[in-house]
Design a binder for this molecule. Structure first.
Ligand code: BTN
Length: 254
């Protein structure tokens, strides 16, 4: 289903923006938009997503999730699982997840996921995924360093190979989520992260505080313990979490 129809563009502003325009034309579920270059690639928190031409996978999928909107917090989790599985396959290194949907290899960011959703003309979501495939140098000032499949041991891997594998992995994890819900993927997600039980910096509206994530709730939210011993659930919305560096880490990661 993922990639059943595909629009491949040499250049576009953002594949997410293009995919959103297809919803108005009743694009079928799983329709993919890929691009070789984006002039205005978008990341979370209104950041820019930059990618050198022809080097990386830039893709957005249109979906119409049938589960209740309260369960949609599982979508970033199922996407992260599919992306991590694909990256591990090609890089031969274990890709780890950071809630809600960052994918890291060796503490460096190898992929970004931007989920956008709406309710008109009916419930829809666009799953935007950038995977660094064969870019070896990255400009810019990053809190956590970027990396790519080729830098992590995957030689001769092309964005097209990654795309084919990613579609299969998304088919698998999306089917589990559609049939059984978020709780069915939470266990797999927890096996793929090292952030539970580890103090993190939680940033909300520019304010930082320390929280210790303990669990993933059935709605996909993150259960954390505050420094005063109280507990709360965090929802993905517009929040940012940074793993606190361990003594031997050179860089933190966001
Ligand atoms: C993040 O901030 O980590 C999310 C980055 C998401 C980037 C991808 S690239 C394909 C798709 N099109 C976009 O404009 N953004 C997403």
């Amino acid at each position: 289903m993922f990639g059943s129809k595909r629009h491949h563009l040499r250049v576009t502003d953002s594949t997410n923006t293009f995919a959103r325009s297809l919803i108005l034309e009743s694009a079928e579920e799983g329709t993919a938009v890929t691009a070789e270059y984006q002039t205005a690639g978008r990341g979370r928190h209104d950041r820019v997503w930059e990618s050198n031409p022809w080097k990386n996978l830039l893709v957005s999928f249109v979906i119409y999730p049938s589960r209740n909107i309260e369960e949609w917090g599982g979508l970033p989790l199922m996407t992260g699982l599919a992306v991590a599985e694909t990256i591990s396959l090609f890089s031969h290194r274990r890709a780890m997840l950071k809630w809600p949907n960052d994918v890291l290899v060796g503490g460096k960011k190898i992929s970004g996921i931007l989920l956008e959703s709406g309710s008109s003309p009916g419930p829809w979501a666009v799953v935007g995924i950038g995977i660094n495939v064969r870019q070896k140098e990255f400009g810019g000032d990053f809190y956590n360093l970027p990396t790519s499949i080729s830098l992590e041991g995957g030689s001769d891997v092309t964005p097209e190979m990654v795309y084919d594998s990613l579609c299969g992995a998304l088919d698998k994890w999306y089917a589990i989520w559609c049939e059984e819900g978020t709780h069915a993927i939470a266990a797999s997600w927890k096996e793929q992260t090292d952030m539970l039980g580890r103090p993190c910096v939680y940033i909300e509206n520019g304010e930082e505080r320390t929280v210790t994530p303990g669990d993933i709730n059935d709605d996909g939210s993150l259960s954390v313990e505050n420094t005063d011993g109280s507990f709360e659930s965090l929802y993905s919305g517009d929040i940012s979490i940074r793993l606190r560096s361990r003594p031997n880490d050179k860089y933190g990661s966001e």
